[in-house]
Design a protein around this ligand. Structure first.
Ligand code: GLU
Length: 606
């Protein structure tokens, strides 16, 4: 299938699926000074594997849910409409995503969820854990050298104890309003009756090389001739329906303590070439955690993100804390074109933030941060010092800094991350909000299918190397440890208040930090609505080259950056941003939602 056709299909599918009730695409006349600014000719939507379908942004008055697939967003919407809380909606969304977006997230994976109940922000950690039998040599070959990424990923070796169900159960105990079992109904029905294979799932199956090596996955995702099911094919998953029924009836223990956990162990251990170490006992011992969110002030706002084991919250707070020393507000895009100085400053700040991330951030249950809290890395004086390193020309590669109270010598992590993952944002009618990013890591995870769902490969988010010349690497494998993540579910408030401004987040591997950073600068500094900010071309640096989004960036921008000494790389940057923000439209306060044109997400609300 040619790329144009794929892109059109993606757009058509979104349009079709958006036909369901409750959507209120924004009327253009309701958007004062916020008309979306289409990119100039030549910079328009590229035609690529996942398509780029412009999205309008949506409004609602009472509640809203944004998710990466229309069927999943609809499940969340049904919960909200029946009086469910933001957490109820997120659970229903996640169960449907397990079925309809199996390449990205599911009950075989992990997640982070930021929750606001009108007064307090809590960070729920459902990150996978390493098996108790794992050692720092997990991803090293017999010669002591790190394996290649895909040699690590495919099979049982990369599978960590799944965390998402335990985390959702924990959040539901505190913030659920509907009965647990009710939240599974839409997913069970769709799994039983079948769902239409989406253009993105089809496209990913077409280019996927490893999934067919698993007999269970091969017979589910491909026809008898080995072709991926076509777009629109009604795919049924009765095995998953049964698992979901069990979990709906008996709670998380059905997954973590019984036959399902045993089946996961059997699958992981019996892989013919790359068996793993995860046991039913590891799964049974899994605990989700509530952690202290990383909240820091940025100009007129307080931005709260996920603490370790994710690096997302700290890296975004550093990025913003560095940029706070510059006048970003004056550097917004004009006529759809990015300002070169803005991209320069953002990329340089990114270099500095990613340098600290690589050296210092890992699971704090094992490796303390400098000063034993997030304070040292986010110290305003420290960040002003880091900002002072930014000159007119690119610094190339940034060194990590020495935050106050740094005692440890640590090596630099080299773990690769490849994008899959999904983001969900929800606000409910009672003032609760959720920002949840959920992942099985690589597309289709470890490619191991058990009882209708895929197992994660999250352990490859650990550093494959255990040490370098500077010392041990913070993010090395240790038994029971959680691999460092970049996921950055984010909640934004008016500074120091309980007035929620935004819930946002994205997939994208380590580029998540730049994607979410772009949306924060786009909305907070440049006054864009969240849809416009999501739709801006992606850009930034992960302390390597300066990355600009292929086919969506004008060459003049690349030339200006090169003249400032940037090594520029044009690459596909498939974010999957979702966001909901509070906005005043036509004299009325409403929720305004945006979904990434690069994926299939939509927003629903009333
Ligand atoms: N495994 C990555 C992380 O936890 C996310 C991968 C992705 O976004 O695709 O940071």
């Amino acid at each position: 299938m040619n790329k144009t056709r794929l892109s059109l299909l993606a757009a058509a599918a979104v349009a079709l699926l958006c036909g369901c009730a409750g959507i209120a695409p924004v009327e253009p006349q309701l958007q004062p000074q916020l008309q979306s600014q289409p990119l100039p000719p030549g910079m328009q939507a590229p035609e690529r594997a996942t398509g780029f379908a412009e999205k309008p942004g949506w409004t609602a008055r009472k509640f809203m849910v944004a998710a990466a697939n229309p069927l999943a967003a609809d499940a969340g919407y049904q919960m909200l409409r029946s009086g469910g809380s933001a957490v109820d909606a997120a659970i229903a969304v996640q169960m449907v995503l397990t079925l309809v977006e199996p390449q990205s997230s599911g009950i075989g994976g992990g997640a982070f969820l930021m929750h606001f109940d009108g007064k307090t922000v809590k960070a729920f950690d459902g990150r996978e854990t390493a098996p108790m039998a794992a050692t720092e040599m997990l991803f090293q070959g017999a010669n002591g050298k790190a394996l290649s990424f895909h040699d690590g990923v495919v099979g049982g070796r990369s599978v960590g104890a799944p965390g998402v169900l335990r985390m959702l159960e924990l959040a539901h105990k505190e913030y659920g309003r509907l009965p647990w079992a009710a939240l599974f109904a839409p997913a069970i029905r769709l799994a039983q009756d079948g769902f239409a294979v989406s253009p993105r799932l089809h496209a990913m199956l077409q280019t996927e090389r490893h999934l067919k090596t698993d007999p269970a996955a091969a017979s589910y995702f491909y026809d008898r001739d080995g072709n991926p099911w076509p777009v629109g094919h009604v795919l049924k998953n009765p095995e998953l329906a049964n698992v979901l029924r069990e979990v709906a009836d008996k709670g998380g223990d059905a997954f973590y303590k019984g036959q399902i956990a045993q089946d996961i162990e059997n699958k992981v251990k019996s892989h013919p070439r790359n068996p793993g170490l995860l046991t039913a006992a590891d799964i049974g011992a899994y605990q989700a955690k509530v952690r202290e969110p990383v909240c820091s002030d940025y100009r007129a706002w307080t931005v709260c993100g996920m603490p370790p084991p994710s690096s997302g919250g700290i890296a975004i707070a550093q990025l913003l804390g560095i940029l706070e020393n510059r006048n970003m507000r004056a550097l917004g895009p004009k006529n759809g074109l990015m300002n070169a100085e803005a991209v320069h400053l953002f990329s340089e700040a990114g270099r500095l933030a990613y340098a600290d991330r690589s050296r210092y951030v890992a699971d704090t249950d094992f490796i303390p941060l400098p000063g034993n809290s997030t304070k040292a890395l986010l110290d305003k004086t420290y960040l002003a010092g880091r900002a002072a390193l930014i000159g007119d020309r690119s610094m190339g590669v940034a060194e990590s800094g020495v935050p106050p109270a740094t005692a440890l010598a640590l090596g630099v992590d080299t773990s690769p991350e490849f994008p899959s993952t999904s983001h969900i944002s929800v606000v409910d009618a009672s003032g609760n909000a959720v920002s949840m990013t959920t992942s099985i890591e690589d597309a289709f995870g470890s490619r191991q299918m058990v009882r209708g769902f895929l197992l994660n490969n999250q352990l490859t988010d650990f550093s494959f190397d255990a040490a370098d010349a500077n010392g041990p690497i913070a993010n090395r494998v240790q038994p029971g440890k959680r691999p460092r993540s970049s996921m950055a579910p984010t909640l934004v408030f008016e500074r120091g208040s309980n007035n929620l401004v935004m819930s946002t987040g994205s997939p994208g591997g380590s580029a998540i930090i730049n994607y979410v950073g772009k949306v924060l600068i786009g909305t907070l500094d440049w006054g864009l609505d969240v849809q416009q900010a999501i739709s801006l071309p992606n850009f930034g640096s992960r302390n390597g080259p300066t990355e600009l989004e292929l086919d969506r960036t004008d060459t003049a921008l690349a030339d200006r950056l090169k003249a400032k000494g940037h090594q520029v790389r044009m690459i596909e940057q498939t974010s999957g941003l979702q966001g909901i923000m509070r906005m005043r439209i036509g004299g009325e306060e409403v929720w305004f939602g945006g979904a990434d044109p690069r994926r299939e997400g939509i927003v629903k609300g009333d």
